[in-house]
Design a protein around this ligand. Structure first.
Ligand code: FE2
Ligand code: FE2
Length: 384
């Protein structure tokens, strides 16, 4: 039973809590119901108004001007060349990707499909109280950031999808169907319209994505595709910059509204941190997302240990253990969050054991076996 729960210690894409986590979750939900509803009062929305100039000065500089951004074209065969030269570049790409293992490819496809759910994520950000885009092209700094963030993220899925298409290693029809299913299904995360919770969530998610893309880069290099390594490393660098922005926003919330922010952190961290792709489906495998997450964990791209490290990192980054000026509810939330990581770590071994036994097949890679290949221990690095 415990093992069944532990199987759901998942890759950056989903997280279903173990029992100890569930207990903490119910406490956090009670806290949230008491003091922190999913929509904010008009007074609370004023906080976001008052922070607009702070966002302009501290967050918008973290979005890169378009002219300084990389584009998928920088990494892909150049279709403006003569047909022969273009085909030579495509052949080189296919040679490089020919030996990528099927389990690695499955994770790369799952990551790409998650990136392709961007319309869902952007519409979620646009529903948040105090920062939604009222006109569709608002110049409110909160919204300028959201649109800039989305425009940067949009390149990730575009690049990975085109690269995978040209490789010939994946069943594009099944990949495309999965993307359509996923966007049609949306996502169900626990933030409601509350920007406090939303930015705690994005802090965690961007860090998780930074770590997993960094791992994918190192594995691509190890498996003979330096271009793919550069692609994943470049995406990881974007994710890191986004992570810094969201962490900075939550840090500011903790400064201006510590108790409410602490309660929001408790609710997100002790709840089900479900990543945007959690409803992915290919029309065939009802366990697709779990299978994808299990393989990501098995090959070391994103593990339970990484999940715990994200939690611990954010507790340290926001100096939560030393946070002062909290009400009793805030202190309760603080104790809950600061005690989470050790509890989850105790269950990690069983989760690892369960995941090692799973060898799912994916329609995305023509239902090939995803054997447990030997991967070297991936060293997680902060800077790529
Ligand atoms: Fe991304
Ligand atoms: Fe991201």
């Amino acid at each position: 039973m415990l093992m069944a729960i532990c199987t759901q210690l998942r890759a950056p894409h989903a997280w279903t809590p173990p029992k100890c986590h569930l207990k903490a979750q119910s406490k956090a939900v009670l806290l949230a119901q008491k003091t922190h509803s999913n929509s904010m009062s008009p007074e609370k929305k004023e906080i976001f108004k008052s922070l607009e100039s702070w966002v302009s000065q501290n967050i918008l500089p973290l979005a890169k001007p378009v002219e300084e951004c990389w584009q998928p074209r920088h990494f892909l065969p150049d279709s403006s060349l003569s047909s022969d030269d273009f085909i030579d570049q495509v052949k080189a790409l296919r040679d490089r990707t020919a030996e990528l293992p099927s389990d690695y490819l499955a994770v790369l496809v799952g990551d790409m499909i998650t990136e392709e759910s961007l319309p869902t994520v952007q519409s979620w950000l646009n529903r948040l109280d105090g920062i939604r885009d009222e006109s569709g092209s608002s110049v409110n700094p909160w919204v300028v950031w959201t649109r800039s963030w989305a425009s940067e993220e949009n390149r990730h899925g575009d690049l990975l999808k085109t690269y995978l298409y040209l490789s010939g290693r994946v069943d594009m029809l099944m990949v495309e169907k999965t993307i359509q299913y996923l966007i049609g299904a949306g996502m169900n995360i626990t933030t409601g319209n509350d920007p406090y919770k939303a930015f705690v969530y994005t802090s965690f998610q961007e860090r998780a994505t930074f770590l997993s893309n960094g791992s994918m880069a190192r594995l691509a290099k190890e498996r003979g595709d330096p271009t793919l390594a550069r692609i994943c490393g470049t995406i990881a660098a974007d994710e890191k910059r986004h992570e810094i922005a969201y962490e900075r926003i939550v840090e500011k919330f903790l400064e201006v509204d510590p108790t409410e922010t602490m309660i929001a952190i408790a609710e997100i961290m002790s709840n089900n941190i479900t990543m945007p792709g959690h409803l992915m489906h290919d029309g065939r495998d009802p366990q697709l997302f779990s299978h994808f997450s299990a393989v990501a964990q098995r090959i070391g791209v994103y593990t339970v240990s990484d999940y715990i490290d994200c939690l611990e990192f954010l507790v340290g980054r926001w100096r939560l253990k030393k946070l002062e000026g909290l009400t009793s509810e805030g202190k309760h939330a603080q104790d809950l969050v600061c005690g989470l990581a050790p509890k989850i770590r105790r269950l990690q071994e069983r989760a690892d054991e369960r995941v090692r036994k799973m060898k799912p097949k994916f329609s995305w890679i023509f239902n090939k076996e995803t054997p447990s290949l030997k991967y070297t221990q991936i060293e997680k690095k902060e800077v790529l």
